[in-house]
Design a protein around this ligand. Structure first.
Ligand code: GLN
Length: 304
């Protein structure tokens, strides 16, 4: 398979999809990202990678960070995480609170905002500096020591995080948040403001495609059963309330973020990251989803 030709073809073929989505602006610092950026990278287990467009340019990973926080929590605390969050799709927006009260402060899954807050709360209960732990993990996985948070984006979200703060207080009222809410919010905004490129994220996602083993580091990062479970939750919850149509169109476990990135996993074969900042109505990259749909159709890599 000539992956380079496939990626270059997709970069041209997605051109008509630009202008149909909108860059996230509820976090003001994200509104200034140039909307026409497009990058795509794939990482193969044999060490080869292929890229096109702006694949080397760092962007705000936003909710893709939830995938790595979950990995850290599962590797330190195991299945205990499932006592604090569920593993069912929510059917609601990523920042919805509608079910949270009815379900006594237990979020549906770790990839919607309330679920990510509960997961981060668990990570913060461990000894040590949580921000540094996450940064070091991302640097290790991506093999890039320059990965860091963008303080302007973190501050911008912190100042506008009214819904997330409300969720955190609601969950604290149900004893499903144990940390101080201000500290939790500050750490959450920092987590979402991590900046990485498609190349970095494709590398960081490879262990999920390889049963938890990182061929690039020649060691296991998470267990095989953890990788299986995380992929299942990505497939069913990773793209919010459009997860059904995403599975229908793309057919891969994936995690998106409002920075316009989507990290997708082809089990046993590769990881893929695409970045295009214009979002659809559900908060997923409009052009990114179209690119992944083309990729799995052209390369027959859907899991279905
Ligand atoms: N930081 C964003 C928020 O909490 C992340 C949301 C997302 O990427 N879907 O709203």
């Amino acid at each position: 398979m000539d992956y380079q030709a496939v990626l270059d073809y997709i970069r041209e073929a997605v051109e008509p999809a630009f202008g149909k989505g909108r860059v996230a602006d509820y976090i003001p610092a994200l509104a200034s990202v140039p909307p026409r950026k497009f990058g795509m990278a794939i990482q193969l287990p044999d060490g080869r990678n292929f890229t096109t467009g702006d694949a080397a340019e760092p962007f705000s990973i936003q909710s893709i960070s939830k995938l790595f926080v979950l990995q850290l929590v599962m590797s330190h605390l195991g299945d205990m995480v499932w006592t604090r969050v569920g593993k069912e799709p929510s059917g609601d927006r990523f920042n919805s609170m509608i079910k949270l009260e009815m379900e006594h402060g237990v979020p549906r899954n770790p990839f919607i905002n309330p679920g990510a807050l509960a997961t981060l709360d668990l990570l913060m209960s461990l000894k040590g500096d949580t921000k540094q732990r996450l940064r070091d993990y991302l640097r290790y996985l991506s093999m890039n020591d320059t990965v860091q948070a963008d303080p302007v984006v973190a501050q911008s979200e912190f100042e506008h995080a009214h819904l997330n703060r409300a969720m955190a207080h609601l969950m604290k009222g149900y004893d499903n948040i144990h940390m101080d809410v201000d500290e939790l919010m500050e750490t959450y905004c920092h987590q979402c403001a991590m900046t990485m490129s498609c190349v970095d994220l494709a590398r960081a996602g490879l262990p999920l495609a390889m049963g938890g083993y990182s061929p690039l580091h020649e060691e296991s990062v998470i267990s095989t059963s953890q990788a299986k479970r995380i992929n299942a939750v990505m497939l069913t919850c990773g793209t919010y309330d459009s997860v059904g149509s995403f599975a229908y169109r793309v057919g891969l476990p994936a995690k998106s973020g409002v920075g316009g990135g989507i990290l997708a996993v082809v089990p046993g074969k590769m990881s893929i990251c695409v970045w295009a900042p214009e979002l659809d109505a559900f908060g997923n990259s409009y052009v990114g989803a179209a690119a992944l749909e083309m990729f799995t159709s052209l390369t027959h890599t859907s899991i279905f």
